[in-house]
Design a protein around this ligand. Structure first.
Ligand code: AKG
Ligand code: FE2
Length: 360
């Protein structure tokens, strides 16, 4: 494998971190994955198999609910962009994505402050189980309580994310806790359903993850392919499910903090004739993080070789990277408003107009 044309995604066994004799091997593979690929799998990650299984079990019945049930937790009613959105309502790379999803986050109260602080707030899903019990007669499938299942999952993934960040710091020759000051109190999670469709329709268009610091993705339909990552030579590489692993990839803020040494790798999902479920967990970045703060490690990363990227990868919209916005929160709010325009118009009309004008 050369650095320009990786054709597969490395699998890193996190249990190697538990033994001082095997840690250096893990750190060296991790460094190569971070600088040359930007995508990896983690195995032996310590997340409880039963917590994962109970979340996976809920996906099919959740998305099988009738439209009026889903509408009661519609994302378009949430200034935090949390809740259900139907296929075709989100836009990536200028085209509608053929997927439906329920967005969730660490449970938090509303606070006042900058416009981007309105991204912090409660889930809507707290209402769903009650409603399901009331409507049990009417709707054929009864879901187990979604909220505690999601909370347990977020708790476990939060811990995995922190453990992973320590390893990443070590792999990049930095003190263990270097990246903790960049973390948010809010992590986000999406339950995603790609309905069966004609092959190769846009499940989600080419993008770099903007919602988080690192993404930990559970591919919940082992038999169905769809996720692809763009290699340095501009070819799309399949990322098939590997049992017992999470797919881990770099978000836009980490690319900024590492001064482009670790690239947020572009990826997409193609729909197929078989439906597919997935659950990305986006480790949150502190909304108040400014570009100068994010660049504090520039001198350290000047010692590294800059990451390579294909022309197509470079062309992906990356507002914080290109410097249009001074805080991470602002860049994130802009992305949310542009992806969910109905919410933008309803809750952030001034910003909606501003961002529309900019892109005109
Ligand atoms: O569903 C997947 O496999 C990936 C989803 C994704 O890339 C995203 O939501 O950011
Ligand atoms: Fe993504």
């Amino acid at each position: 494998m050369t650095t320009r044309d990786f054709t597969e995604i490395p699998v890193l066994d996190l249990s190697l971190a538990d033994d001082p004799a095997t840690l250096p091997e893990l750190l060296s593979c991790l460094k190569a994955a971070l600088t040359d690929v930007g995508f990896l799998y983690v195995s032996n990650h310590g997340v409880s198999a039963s917590v994962v299984a109970e979340l996976v079990r809920v996906l099919r019945p959740l998305f099988a609910l009738p439209p009026d049930a889903k509408a009661t937790i519609a994302l378009e009613n949430s200034p935090q962009f949390l809740g259900y959105s139907g296929a075709g309502t989100e836009t990536t790379a200028g085209n509608a994505d053929q997927r439906e999803q329920v967005e969730l986050a660490t449970e938090l109260d509303v606070v006042s402050g900058a416009p981007y602080d309105r991204l912090r707030g409660p889930n809507q899903v707290r209402d769903l189980p009650v409603m399901l019990i009331n409507a049990n007669e009417q709707w054929p499938c009864q879901l187990p309580e979604l909220r505690p299942i999601v909370e347990r999952y977020i708790e476990e993934l939060t811990k995995l994310g922190e453990r992973f960040l320590r390893l990443v710091a070590q792999a990049l020759s930095l003190p263990d806790d270097t990246f903790f000051s960049y973390l948010s109190d809010q992590h986000r999670l999406k339950l995603v359903h790609y309905p069966a469709s004609i092959s190769n329709a846009q499940g989600v268009g080419p993008h770099k993850d903007s919602s988080g610091w690192w993404t930990f993705l559970l591919q919940a339909s082992p038999e169905v392919k769809g996720l692809q990552v763009l290699n340095k030579a501009g070819a799309w590489i399949d990322v098939p499910e590997v049992p017992g692993t999470f797919v881990v990839n770099i978000g836009q803020a980490f690319e900024v903090v590492t001064h482009g040494v670790c690239k947020a790798t572009t990826h997409r999902v193609l729909s197929s004739e078989t439906e597919r479920f997935s659950v990305p967990f986006f480790q949150g970045v502190r909304r108040s993080l400014t570009k100068p703060e994010a660049l504090a490690l520039a001198a350290h990363f000047a010692e590294f070789r800059t990451g390579i990227e294909s022309d197509k990868g470079r062309s992906i919209d990356s507002p914080f990277l290109t410097g249009k916005y001074t805080t991470w929160g602002e860049a994130q709010l802009r992305t949310k408003i542009r992806s969910h325009r109905a919410n933008g118009r309803r809750f952030y009309p001034d910003l909606y107009d501003k961002y529309e004008k900019e892109s005109a």
